[in-house]
Ligand binder design. Sequence first.
Ligand code: ADP
Length: 559
Amino acid sequence: VNEVKSDIEIAQEADMIKIQEFASRLGIKEDELEPYGHYKGKISYSFMDRMKDQPNGHTVLVTAINPTPAGEGKSTVTVGLGQAMNKIGKNTVIALREPSLGPTMGVKGGAAGGGRSQVVPMEDINLHFTGDIHAITTAHNALSALIDNHIHRGNELSIDVRRISWKRVVDLNDRALRNVTVGMGGPLHGMPREDGFDITVASEIMAVLCLASSLSDLKKRLAAIVIGYTADQAPITVHDLEAEGALTVLLKEAIKPNLVQTLENTPALIHGGPFANIAHGCNSVTATNMARKLGDYVITEAGFGADLGAEKFLNIKTRAGGIDPSLVVIVATVRALKMHGGVAKDHLKAENVEALKKGLANLKKHVETIEAYNLPHVVAINKFVHDTDEEIQTLKQWCEDQGINVELADVWAQGGEGGKDLASKVVSEIENSKHSFKPLYTLQEPVKEKINKIARTVYGANGATFSAEAEKQLDFFAENGWTDLPVCMAKTQYSLSDDPGKIGRPEGFTIHIRELRPSLGAGFLVALTGNIMTMPGLPKRPAAMNMDVDDNGKTVGLF
Ligand code: ADP
């Protein structure tokens, strides 16, 4: 009786509504929906044209404390809260990122929520879904092929083969591809040069797709991508290669948001999926803006902790999408807080109130960060079965003593039913707050100042230091007029600092900026700290080894 079903088992029992019927209940017209099988569909451009004068719903951003190997369950809470909002009578739509196959086959085994709070069909969403990520991979590599062909055919643009910044991509964790040589085999096979692969979700095209507001904006952003430089450092763009049209063709379906449903038939738009540590970490602007037209409330998630995904949501995505967020939910778990308080992963089941109290410093920092944006917030405690009453009570009491809104979310075990208190709190906070969201910096401030503000206000650092290389790059960006852009920080997710070993709330540290990269299509400058990998590797026993499919085509072993 007490048998706990796996996520995939629960998902495969879901009572899904056929996508045409589901879309029509949401007010999407027949010709605005493009079905992909029985339970997935893309929503076409004409929907937004029709809805453009309709009011926008409230945007609720779900973020978390710094992730630990204990897991925080941000997607689970996002889905659970969306279901709970509908249970209390609020017309709510969820907006999420698409899972990348790298982590799915590597460590995560799936990223579509968990327990009774999942989006379905979960195997499809976790595997090839509607092909968006494949389209991005293809568009990215088409550009690589055009670059190498241009060089092979005489290199009219004088691209310096040592200064090509455009690598190739694949949506897998494949460390053997980090550094490769292409063009080997003699004059018929191109110009030999060093190259490398990133994971697709780190591609600038992923960021471009997620930040583009329309097809024409997509094309404009693609044209602006810098792929490398001439020997005397003149930038070469996609437009110079006359490639933006072809890339837009390859992406014209991928830019349409995907509609699916949760286990409780709450609508969810799942679209675009950049990582939050090496990219900007949010689902597409088009999906969020469409969700704002479909729902009075939108529950959306940004990757990793509030130092990464939420920071980028609030400083990058809000500007690109004209989004004015109403409230932030900060997910915390007793387990992860205990880890921030020094408990090892295999000792998490034992009650440890002292460690929990110590770990609260991490939560406190993220609450302060959200306050710096002038946004109301609620802490959601994602309940795990081994949490003791004493631990939960300690966490709740601590929040109450500090005047922080807090609610227990038992959405993994109970679905929307277990998140009704959280939903009511979110609604009442939004209704009663006189929030006036303000981003952390203006675009006109010097780049160093923007980075320093993020380092001090969001990470709690003393400030940022810059390598000689980064200093040189900043001068170069200034000469090219590339400075009035937001900054996309590339930093470890495990720590507020740039050292993954420093858990809890580190103090007295500085953030070291090793390198800067212009992403002019995405419209931001990437600041790299520490050793951030843009192509992850697989663990010793990859999640892939548990996956299988039965003779009827049913997938097993995703979690
Ligand atoms: P995140 O979005 O923070 O990466 P997810 O929501 O994807 O986390 O959850 C990661 C994993 O943890 C999933 O397999 C999910 O089923 C599991 N999980 C999440 N919340 C709970 C919970 N309260 N109890 C048990 N397992 C949970």
